[in-house]
Design a protein. Structure first.
Length: 335
């Protein structure tokens, strides 16, 4: 019963959030939170999101640096031996090293206090989208066949010990791309920015795969297009989950603000009632102040029972200026 009363006393949080699409049956399929209708509230919300982004990024960057470092160590011997006579191998090794350095710098920024200087939400959000695009490109180029084709070479000539399916398979770039997609959808970014994360992966995959010779790498153009649509379906699933999480986080944010206002109002009310009961100065009945009372003999002997140096008493005096309620008088009459 108490929970039902609390729900009824809460304001309409849904009416404070703007959604896309605004009306129609499409909202039953996907309801994307755009922003708060109050611009000031949206700005406060986005600034809090920036602080949480680094909290999410810290463990992700550390784990990614460890995984890429292990991959570099495992393939270092083969890359060094083939790098002297193959530009494709050099390009492949450069992609792994670039990804390692990027995540290492991000891990350093997340662990240290450098990220505190980035306080502008627009700059941070667009920087994250740009980083998302760079990592997708690095993930797709971390393939022997694709790297060799970009440099105008054949990967089978320089990796004779590897099976042809290991050279022409796209499993490693796709798994790396899906890991990037899942990691970035965990970040508490606004959903309108995350919508770009749905479109970029399939477009990047088509741009880096369709120019390759047909029959030598992941079949013909129809199979490659089918893989691009599957990648996009994964992005849509992650985006739908991000929308649900964003909506819940916005409701929690609004409920915290609501209960914080109720708590402040309750403290003000209690301070005002206490002030009225004690008859302090600036109250509606200052004549009953304990310091202004005299004893029965008519001597001006103030009763040192109240100290105005206490923080709570000073708060009572300050809050009484705004107009104290009459609850103190009513409670005194009842007593």
């Amino acid at each position: 019963m108490a929970q039902m009363m609390d729900k009824e006393s809460l304001p309409d949080f849904e009416g404070m959030i703007s959604y896309f699409p605004k009306t129609g049956r499409l909202q039953h399929i996907l309801k994307v939170p755009k922003a708060f209708y109050d611009p000031e509230l949206e700005h406060i919300w986005r600034k809090q999101r920036i602080q949480e982004i680094w909290q999410y990024a810290r463990p992700l960057c550390l784990m990614t640096v460890t995984m890429i470092g292990i991959a570099l160590v495992a393939e270092a011997r083969g890359l060094v031996s083939a790098a002297s006579h193959s530009r494709g191998v050099v390009f492949y090794g450069a992609t792994l090293l670039s990804a390692f350095l990027i995540f290492l710098l991000l891990a350093i920024c997340a662990v240290s206090s450098l990220h505190r200087r980035l306080r502008n939400p627009d700059v941070v959000e667009w920087a994250i989208i740009a980083l998302y695009q760079i990592l997708l490109m690095l993930a797709l180029t971390s393939n022997y066949c694709r790297s060799a084709f970009i440099m105008g070479e054949s990967a089978a000539e320089f990796f004779p010990d590897l099976d042809i399916t290991a050279i022409t398979s796209d499993s490693h770039p796709l798994s790396a791309s899906l890991a990037v997609i899942a990691a970035f959808h965990m970040l508490p970014l606004p959903c309108m920015h995350m919508f770009r994360c749905v479109v970029l992966p399939p477009l990047n995959y088509l741009a880096f795969t369709l120019p390759l010779p047909a029959g030598q790498f992941e079949g013909d153009w129809s199979r490659r297009t089918s893989l691009a649509f599957r990648v996009m379906s994964v992005c849509l699933i992650c985006f739908a989950g991000r929308c649900v999480m964003d909506k819940a986080e916005r409701h929690v944010f609004l409920s915290k603000l609501h209960y914080a206002k109720l708590l402040v109002a309750e403290r003000v009310r209690r301070a005002s009632v206490e002030h009225e009961l004690e008859g302090r100065p600036l109250s509606t009945r200052p004549g009953t102040c304990a310091i202004c009372r005299t004893d029965d003999a008519g001597l001006a002997a103030p009763s040192i029972t109240t100290s105005f140096t206490e923080p709570s008493d000073m708060t009572s005096v300050i809050f009484a200026v705004n107009g104290a309620p009459r609850d103190g008088k009513r409670s005194q009459k009842n007593s």
